[in-house]
Design a protein around this ligand. Structure first.
Ligand SMILES: Nc1ncnc2c1ncn2[C@@H]1O[C@H](COP(=O)(O)OP(=O)(O)O)[C@@H](O)[C@H]1O
Ligand SMILES: [Mg+2]
Length: 481
């Protein structure tokens, strides 16, 4: 029996699995794979382990290599797209008419392009993929989305989960797995990215600010990155502010330096600010504008955030668009190989045709608004209902249609805190592989563009949408096959 089969066979023995799960929970808690509880998301007084799979899930090693190989192409692509204001304006023209959030962000972007076109921008990117297996004989890497803001789980979901899975395999008698479990340096690499931006800013007393929500269940993931930054450079100070606090306390001096509570802000790293809920009033938008228009290096800038929108994925599949930005044939191929089919829903004959085509076979598509964070996409009957509702007016332009990926099924055991006494039965799951990248540039000058590590999340197959924060996907790690 090979290792994957041995793991499958182990998972069928409920007694063995229960023992392994108890040990795994203790290991996870000891290692700090933690979250706040869903009923006390504002307090660290009582905490729980984050949900995880008992064992790593198989990922074909050639697809892992392919995902890593294309990461720098995506870093470069996202940046050059963001530097072309006319292109962005025309690519997003229909969305700007119908989507208030994108419009507000775009207004800030336009101001920064005018006032500070050479300003440094940092992006901690995560490009997410599924392993598309439409039939037994074909498997390929297909991109789900590029996260340009708040790419989470770099703290608690990376090297800590590899360590947990190594412990679980080792303590349950499995052998010869080390070479199959790739090292994951996402956390130190992302911390290095933040420090590179801080160094670039060049003011030793200036601080790094995490822009946060006032209530945050996934706080330990954020703080793991914060503590890694301080571990690497104990002279750096990291602060945590909401956009509201930035609005209340932030002051721009006459040289565009931003100060909060007397401290100059070198870098602003957003773990909030990606949904309309994070901008409940004009005050939060004013804070965002102040951050983007100051000398503070934003991670991401409004421009980098904009090019991470789902609409851009659709635009990039239109004929000739990718070629406009990427000149090398190899790079073009690497990028395009990961794309699935998309449809835009602009008003007019083409959009109408796309709607008609999708309504004929709704199960083959996903309807996506320009939102992040899980739980926003529409599938099956919900997709049909939404298209019928918005089909004939301009609201439909704020959505795109994406072909559905058919991910390779894996057998897995999910361990979730707080769900009472659990029966540990293997379930069919599907995995999503994320590749982190660090990108730092100032105008045309690229200072850093690296592939930084990975994240594997797995969910039970019967869920359409994903997301660990949404309570669907759980932390996993790849076992290369
Ligand atoms: N084209 C697709 N095919 C299959 N599943 C998809 C597709 N697009 C999204 N999903 C599922 O929905 C989840 C959320 O979609 P995503 O585009 O990543 O939006 P979000 O910004 O909310 O994370 C993904 O993690 C994945 O599980
Ligand atoms: Mg996603």
């Amino acid at each position: 029996m090979n290792l994957v089969e041995q793991i499958k066979s182990f998972m069928k023995d409920e007694k063995l699995v229960t023992g392994a799960a108890c040990n795994a929970v203790d290991f996870a808690i000891t290692k700090g794979i933690l979250m706040r509880t869903s009923d006390r998301r504002d307090s660290s007084e009582v905490v729980q382990h984050a949900p995880f799979t008992l064992f790593p899930s198989p990922v074909p090693s050639h697809l892992m290599d392919q995902a890593k190989d294309v990461q720098k192409d995506f870093g470069f692509l996202m940046h050059v797209l963001s530097q072309d204001q006319d292109f962005l304006k025309s690519a997003y023209s229909s969305v700007l008419e119908s989507d208030e959030f994108t419009k507000n962000l775009f207004d800030i972007y336009e101001t920064t392009r005018q006032e500070k076109p050479k300003k440094a921008e940092l992006a901690l990117i995560r490009s997410d993929y599924m392993l598309h297996q439409p039939d037994q004989n074909t498997i390929s890497l297909k991109q789900i989305e590029v996260n340009m803001i708040a790419s989470s789980f770099n703290g608690i979901g990376t090297e800590k989960v590899t360590a947990l899975h190594e412990y679980n395999l080792n303590s349950n008698g499995f052998k010869d797995f080390h070479d199959r479990m790739p090292e994951n340096l996402a956390l130190p690499n992302l911390a290095d990215g933040m420090l590179a931006a801080w160094n670039h800013y060049g003011q030793p007393n200036a601080v790094i600010v995490f822009i946060i929500s006032d209530v945050e269940q996934n706080i330990f993931d954020q703080r793991t990155l914060e503590f890694k930054i301080i571990e690497k450079n104990p002279d750096v100070r990291v602060r945590r502010y909401t956009l509201g606090e930035v609005a209340d306390k932030g002051k721009l001096d006459s040289n565009s330096k931003l100060f909060i509570a007397g401290e100059e802000i070198a870098v602003a790293y957003y773990r909030a600010g990606y949904t309309p809920n994070d901008y409940l009033s004009q005050k939060e938008w004013d804070a965002r504008r102040m951050l983007d228009c100051s000398d503070t290096i934003n991670c991401p800038s409004a421009g980098h955030q904009l090019v991470g929108a789902k609409k851009m994925q659709e635009v990039l599949t239109q004929p000739g668009v990718l070629e406009k930005f990427i000149k090398g044939a190899d790079s073009l191929k690497r990028l395009r190989d990961t794309f699935v089919g998309f449809y835009g829903l602009e008003m007019g004959a083409e959009g109408d045709e796309a709607v008609a085509k999708v309504l004929k076979n709704p199960d083959n598509y996903v309807l996506k608004p320009q939102l992040e964070g899980g739980g926003n996409n529409l599938y099956n009957q919900d997709l049909v209902d939404k298209l019928n509702e918005v089909g004939s007016d301009k609201r439909r332009c704020s959505y795109i249609i994406m072909e559905k990926v058919r991910p390779m099924p894996v057998s897995t055991i999910i361990i979730r805190a707080g769900s009472g006494p659990q029966q540990f039965k293997p379930v069919e799951g599907v995995s999503e592989l994320g590749i982190y990248g660090v990108f730092l540039a100032s105008g045309d000058k690229i200072i850093k563009n690296t592939c930084a590590g990975h994240l594997l999340r797995t969910k039970a197959s019967h869920h359409d949408d994903g997301g660990v924060a949404a309570g669907v996907a759980v932390l996993d790690s790849p076992l290369l096959v």
